[in-house]
Design a protein around this ligand. Sequence first.
Ligand SMILES: Cc1cc2nc3c(=O)[nH]c(=O)nc-3n(C[C@H](O)[C@H](O)[C@H](O)COP(=O)(O)OP(=O)(O)OC[C@H]3O[C@@H](n4cnc5c(N)ncnc54)[C@H](O)[C@@H]3O)c2cc1C
Length: 414
Amino acid sequence: MTHLTARTAAVIGGGPAGLMAAEALAGGGVRVDLYDAMPSVGRKFLLAGKGGLNLTHAEPREPFLSRYGERRARIEPLLDAFGPGALREWARGLGVDTFVGSSGRVFPVGEKAAPLLRAWLHRLREAGVRFHVRHRWRGWDAEGALRFETPQGERVVRADATVLALGGGSWPQLGSDGAWLPLLAQRGVEVAPLRPANCGFDVGWSEHFRTRFAGHPVKSVVASFTDTAGAVERRQGEFVVTANGVEGSLVYALSARLRDEIAASGVAVLQLDLAPGRELPRLVDELSRPRGSRSLSSHLQSRTGLKGVKAGLLREVLAAADFADPARLAAAIKDLPLRLVAPRPLAEAISSAGGVAFEALDDRLMVRAHPGVFCAGEMLDWEAPTGGYLLTACFASGRVAGKGALAWLARRIA
Ligand SMILES: Cc1cc2nc3c(=O)[nH]c(=O)nc-3n(C[C@H](O)[C@H](O)[C@H](O)COP(=O)(O)OP(=O)(O)OC[C@H]3O[C@@H](n4cnc5c(N)ncnc54)[C@H](O)[C@@H]3O)c2cc1C
């Protein structure tokens, strides 16, 4: 009888999804070769570690699942197989405990990715996974073998099962450049174009505003967005003024809907409440008091506390006559329209939307049109906000694809 060890699996892409698939396959006794285009694996994971490595989130199941929006039904079974709790257990198994931060976000103790990655790669090598870096996958040859570009020239590899975990298209300098998309599209796999997710937006500031305020955080504001269907989303938080527009957690949280609105109508208007907690009538009253010889700016500051970048935003958006009118100035403080004209490019985004359509895959993430080829991670067509939801679904889908490949290989032997 042929045993599974006689079977080979190629995992292409050494991010969290690919490494998780490799672990599942090696754990089932398959010989695993992992290929990555870069000189080392896990580069985006390590970069995520620079921001504290928000591994997952501790909120209850319902709100957690809702973060995946339209793809919730596709992500749910993946998280059932390997959800936030399993992920924290897994990290503990690698000697890295996790903790829940004040916002419910879960981080490894130490808030770094490197110790986790180091321990993981060690365990994978011990389990027999062989790593082949500087191997850029270029698709399949006429016989269905995998083609890689290497410093030594083209290499052609045969594998009994393949897991593609090639990432999305953000931060291409870390290895995930989305170049796989046409390779799969040409093979008849349904793919949606990659689009920026968790991204900043262009506003088109005046030279004066840009020079004074680029890099300034705008703290504790409420941003709301109403789409063409009338659905309103409101969130409190903070964002950062950039040379071109805005970025940061509050903007990222709304970015999917803002991006889609710009695609549909050319512009998205973000309404800002620069003074949450202060009522409009009170602001009108304060601003209507005599200002004597004080400038408008110092009147604004002494009556409302608004100064610096918040006052700058009011000046940037309002006409001079409105800035001088207490009622209109107060109304703008509570509801300042910021016109966003374009998302920042995919290369600058935290993550990508688009990718391999779930309809092209079976429940085990195998490409229906190409038995034996599985897909996992950010290259699948889903998106989620920051908060640990991205990594959680990447790990989960890697696990499901790896187990799926294992089951597929086992059935072929039986
Ligand atoms: C700045 C930043 C901070 C982030 N912080 C967080 C966070 O705190 N929490 C969170 O949940 N998420 C975070 N993310 C997102 C998270 O890092 C990604 O969603 C996750 O790494 C995607 O995992 P993946 O395995 O699908 O792809 P990747 O991690 O992108 O890995 C894909 C791998 O495939 C390789 N590859 C690509 N094409 C080829 C090819 N043709 N041939 C061979 N190899 C190839 C690449 O070199 C890469 O190693 C952050 C992202 C960024 C940019």
